[in-house]
Design a protein around this ligand. Structure first.
Ligand SMILES: *[C@@H]1O[C@H](CO)[C@@H](O)[C@H](O)[C@H]1NC(C)=O
Ligand SMILES: *[C@@H]1O[C@H](CO)[C@@H](O)[C@H](O)[C@H]1NC(C)=O
Ligand SMILES: *[C@@H]1O[C@H](CO)[C@@H](O)[C@H](O)[C@H]1NC(C)=O
Ligand SMILES: *[C@@H]1O[C@H](CO)[C@@H](O)[C@H](O)[C@H]1NC(C)=O
Ligand SMILES: *[C@@H]1O[C@H](CO)[C@@H](O)[C@H](O)[C@H]1NC(C)=O
Length: 178
């Protein structure tokens, strides 16, 4: 909890110093299965319908269900010479989180980025494929810029998905703020 509190303070500090970013663009999404016996991606892509409607969809199939222990850790990276850690390096115990979502505001904020467009918003166990369906860039953009004003630049959200404390998959989303 102290870690979370410290990060919230960091967030507030970031709000103070940051510039206003006007435009948010998904530039890429990369999904990587580290153990194809455990889980694998059926699809993972960005699609542009037109200039204003762009979305991310992904589906990961789980082969050892039910899964009763899931942790996610993520880092916000910023590109300088390569991507370096910028903000957070937080681990969330998904099963504990879904027991009481009000207990962890930072996890709530981060999961709000994609949870409304997924089938993952429920308590453990998970015994089905995990899907993020047509997550609109607008949703992510509003969610990010309503709360935070990041400096312009290239960012990546690196996420590692662990089951039973073993890293099973990485999903990295690349975003440009201009
Ligand atoms: C996946 O399963 C195959 C066949 O059972 C086995 O040969 C392989 O070592 C397994 N891979 C991992 C990463 O456990
Ligand atoms: C973009 O596509 C969406 C979904 O088909 C549609 O609702 C929207 O009106 C389109 N926007 C423009 C500017 O064409
Ligand atoms: C998540 O934690 C694991 C184990 O500590 C680490 O190997 C991985 O790089 C971390 N992922 C991110 C996105 O920070
Ligand atoms: C996040 O922290 C873990 C554990 O300390 C470390 O292994 C990992 O490399 C870190 N991730 C990043 C992106 O710095
Ligand atoms: C998954 O879990 C739910 C709730 O526990 C149950 O109703 C459903 O039958 C299970 N599905 C599979 C494929 O095991």
């Amino acid at each position: 909890m102290n870690v979370i509190f410290g990060l919230l303070c960091l967030l507030l500090a970031a709000v103070k110093v940051a510039e206003i970013s006007g435009h948010v663009e998904f530039t890429n999404v990369k999904c990587e299965s580290l153990d194809k016996n455990f889980s694998d991606f059926e699809y993972c892509y960005i699609k542009a319908i037109n200039r204003s409607y762009k979305y991310v969809s992904l589906k990961v199939n789980l082969f050892k269900v039910p899964v009763t222990k899931i942790k996610v850790n993520y880092s916000v990276m910023k590109r300088f010479n390569g991507y370096i850690p910028f903000l957070y390096n937080v681990t969330i115990d998904a099963c504990k989180y879904f027991e009481n979502t009000n207990r962890n505001p930072l996890a709530q904020y981060i999961s709000g980025l994609f949870l409304p467009y997924s089938n993952m918003a429920h308590k453990c166990p998970f015994n089905h494929s995990l899907i993020v369906e047509k997550l609109p860039i607008d949703h992510v953009s509003n969610h990010l810029t309503n709360v935070l004003k990041f400096p312009t630049g290239d960012y990546a959200l690196y996420t590692s998905w662990m089951a039973y404390n073993i890293n099973r998959a990485n999903v990295n989303v690349f975003i440009k703020l201009s």
